[in-house]
Design a protein around this ligand. Structure first.
Ligand SMILES: *Cc1c(COP(=O)(O)O)cnc(C)c1O
Length: 382
């Protein structure tokens, strides 16, 4: 009944984990879910107010414009200028997205012909791969290895593959490894992309979630980046707005036009009231972002220190709300965490075969729950 395209999708490990979690809950276990990357903190009140006000204005009840409201796009451009020193033209170098997942999922349709390669990090956000399969391209997995600080080695990509590649996805600060970009990598990426004529997509939803004085760069700061690529950005993680579905793609106008042409045929844009509230988030006070980071930092320290006392060593991440813990067998470890301790963590292999040997904890639960999870982990071996 289903298409070959659907049959090609890898089994969805996350759905399986959900099933196992519900089964435990039905048995009466108080499950601590450190699996999902969805902030538990509320969206900022001033942004909620802006939405309520805009939702009451009938002028906003119609179909939005395809590329997005000027007020949202110029707020995004101003934010890029203020935050990264990157100048963008709100008219041609920014489009609104229903979250960055929307931009990623539809991107390849604009650039990839059947048989073309798409270079995807492994482990990585699964949508890079599904988007490639839907566009009937071939995934070339770039392994993110511990010894390379989870940065792909571009010179390891065979030149026959690079010549047939149309798109490369990168994501720093990284989900699931929590790695940050190393200096010089983006410049190397620009050179590689221009040598082989490959479009770069920098997926950057975690740029604002960082600790210990670290500030994540934008790919678009790199000289030459605007010629070869775009960056997907999202309000989901920065402002605890995952349910609102708003983000933006910024960068090269010809590339954005390709994505825009696909999107104008499959969706009708983001609800105007949500875009107005999104503009309020980007241009309003940013204390909420700093507060969220200090909460995540406390949780990170609670988890990393707790794990360390139990003999599980891992570096405290400088960014993202994930802790990526080396273990012997990722599915086995995650299964025993759930069985013996009632804790959900995501096996690294769920993000691609190179994620084997790790589990991912999302610190999107209170510090108290995280401390309780650590307590319950006593006695579990790697
Ligand atoms: C959460 C996440 C996204 C999607 O975010 P939305 O804007 O909510 O669609 C994209 N990429 C990565 C790596 C993520 O972790």
């Amino acid at each position: 009944m289903y298409s070959r395209r659907l049959d090609r999708l890898p089994p969805y490990l996350f759905a399986r984990i959900d099933e196992m979690k519900s089964k435990k809950q039905q048995e009466g276990v108080d499950v601590i879910d450190l699996g999902v990357g969805d902030p538990d903190l509320p969206s900022p009140p001033h942004v909620v107010d802006a939405l309520c006000k805009a939702a009451k204005d009938p002028v906003n009840h119609h179909y939005p414009s395809y590329a997005g409201l000027p007020v949202f796009r110029s707020a995004a451009a101003d934010w890029y200028k203020k935050r990264f020193g990157v100048s963008l033209d709100g008219e041609s170098e920014v489009i609104s997205l229903m979250g960055s997942k929307d931009g990623i999922a539809h991107f390849n349709e604009a650039f990839v012909n059947p048989g073309d390669y798409v270079l995807c990090p492994s482990p990585g956000y699964p949508v890079y791969q599904t988007s490639t399969l839907f566009s009937e391209g071939s995934v070339y997995a770039m392994p993110l290895k511990t010894e390379n600080k989870f940065i792909p080695v571009l010179s390891d990509i065979p030149s026959e593959v690079a010549k047939k590649a149309k798109v490369i996805f990168v994501n720093y600060p990284n989900n699931p490894t929590s790695a940050i970009v190393t200096s010089g990598f983006y410049k190397e990426l620009v050179d590689f992309a221009s040598d082989y004529n490959i479009v770069v997509v920098s997926d950057n939803p975690y740029s604002e979630i960082s600790f210990d004085g670290y500030k994540a760069p934008s790919f678009l700061e790199t000289s030459g980046a605007m010629e070869v690529g775009v960056e997907m950005h999202s309000l989901s993680k920065t402002y605890n707005m995952t349910g609102w579905r708003i983000g933006m793609a910024c960068g090269n106008s010809d590339i954005l036009e390709g994505l825009g042409r696909v999107k104008s045929n499959v969706d009708s844009g983001v609800f105007n009231a949500v875009q107005i509230a999104g503009a309020a988030a980007l241009s309003g006070p940013q204390d909420c972002v700093r507060e969220a980071c200090s909460i995540y930092k406390e949780r990170r320290d609670a988890l990393v220190n707790g794990l360390s006392e139990l003999g599980f060593k891992t570096e405290p991440p400088k960014a993202t709300f994930y802790v990526w813990l080396p273990v012997k067998n990722s599915i086995g470890f995650a299964a025993s965490l759930l069985e013996k301790a009632g804790i959900v963590a995501t096996p690294g292999v769920g993000f691609g075969s190179a994620g084997e040997g790790y589990v991912r904890f999302a610190i999107t639960r209170t510090k108290e729950r995280i401390l309780e999870a650590v307590e319950r982990m006593k006695g579990i071996s790697i």
